[in-house]
Design a protein around this ligand. Structure first.
Ligand code: KG4
Length: 339
């Protein structure tokens, strides 16, 4: 076992965490959400600058909270991708500098592996498992037959589910990030709008969200042109039923076909109350366990990067200081660090 300091900066959270012999000593997250809200989405250049401004403060607070000195750290883990290129660079440069100064290993971590392994803060992973990764940038079903054996069996062919929530929210005049207000309003609405089921009738584990998004944008504009008002709670409910329904359909089919023992949720959209309740209701009926991450680890944080860092430290999966970021890093290539 070891003491690992982890850094996460792939999108709009600057985060650092320290884990020692399996115990989380500190987990500091500085979110930029208020700044990006003005623009209705994450502005990459602003995100990079804020990471650069915040990283040292976050690191200092992380060390103080854990009551650990940099000399006591055995390895530095960092998110190498996927994410925004400039944002990733800030975290990676910080981790490389620390690794160089303190002559300790550098551990590159895949962001989505982080979201998946965050579930270890709740319970042990049991294989074969299906990780349902639903976030602002990714939507994929990952089959794991063992630790670090990632096989993507289905993924979005276009937009990520979280991106779709955010764009639908924008057209309905709701604030960013759109998942939260849509989730809330959907509870007050009814499914009255007839929206298309994406990839209906296709035998696939893939998903698709851009057609659904375009359909809603067109429908809203059409109603506005006719001088009619959109019933926002009903639209939220109709959209959420279809968006989450698609994830449920793929998950249930995969559990049956692959004899999965456990389903785990990962990523920002796993905070969605309807998705959580549907998973809790449907998955046990299939004789399969379900782990739902606590809210604090649905959003980006470095505790999950530290968790993966621990596993990779034991496996001695280190990188040298020529390491670069990979904004499009696929989880199946989590152990390939080409620059
Ligand atoms: O994992 P995350 O921080 O993004 C990436 O790293 O890609 O997730 C952010 C996404 C946003 O699109 C946001 O709208 C969505 O998660 N989200 C939700 C909810 N809370 C956050 N989507 C649906 N329901 C929610 N309750």
């Amino acid at each position: 076992m070891a003491t690992i300091l982890a850094i996460e900066s792939s999108c709009d959270e600057t985060a650092a965490a320290i884990i020692k012999d399996g115990k989380l000593l500190s987990n500091i997250v500085s979110t930029q959400i208020e700044v990006h809200r003005k623009y209705g989405g994450v502005m990459p250049e602003i995100a990079s600058r804020l990471h650069a401004e915040n990283i040292s403060v976050v690191l200092q607070e992380c060390l103080e909270t854990a009551n650990v000195k940099l000399e006591d750290i055995d390895a530095f883990a960092v998110t190498r991708g996927p994410g925004l290129i400039g944002a990733l660079h800030v975290g990676l440069q910080a981790a490389k500098t620390l690794a160089l100064l303190y002559k300790k290993p550098l551990i590159p971590v895949h962001h989505l592996a982080g979201h998946i392994y965050a579930n270890e803060f709740v319970g042990d992973l049991e294989f074969p498992l299906l990780a349902v990764v639903v976030s602002g940038g990714n939507t994929e079903l990952v089959l794991m037959k063992d630790h670090f054996q990632f096989e993507i069996i289905g993924e979005t062919r276009d937009d990520a589910i979280g991106e779709c929530y955010d764009k639908v929210a924008r057209v309905l005049g709701l604030p960013y990030p759109g998942g939260i207000p849509i989730d809330k309003l959907a509870k007050e609405g009814e499914h009255t709008y007839d929206l298309p089921i994406p990839l209906k009738g296709e035998h696939t584990y893939d998903l698709s969200y851009s057609g659904l998004k375009t359909n809603i944008i067109n429908l809203v504009h059409h109603l506005e042109q006719k001088g009619e008002k959109v019933n926002v709670p009903n639209m939220c409910r109709s959209f959420q039923d279809v968006a989450v329904g698609l994830v449920m359909d793929r998950t249930i089919k995969a559990v049956k076909e692959y004899g999965v023992k456990q389903v785990i949720l990962a990523g920002g959209v796993s905070a969605n109350s309807y998705l959580r309740s549907e998973m809790n209701r449907e998955i046990p009926k299939l004789g399969c366990k379900i782990i739902i991450p606590p809210m604090w680890c649905c959003t980006d944080n470095a505790a999950m990067i530290a968790k993966v860092g621990e596993h990779l430290y034991e496996r001695k999966m280190f990188a040298d200081l020529t390491l670069g970021v990979d904004p499009n890093w696929r989880i199946e290539d989590f152990d390939k660090y080409e620059n």
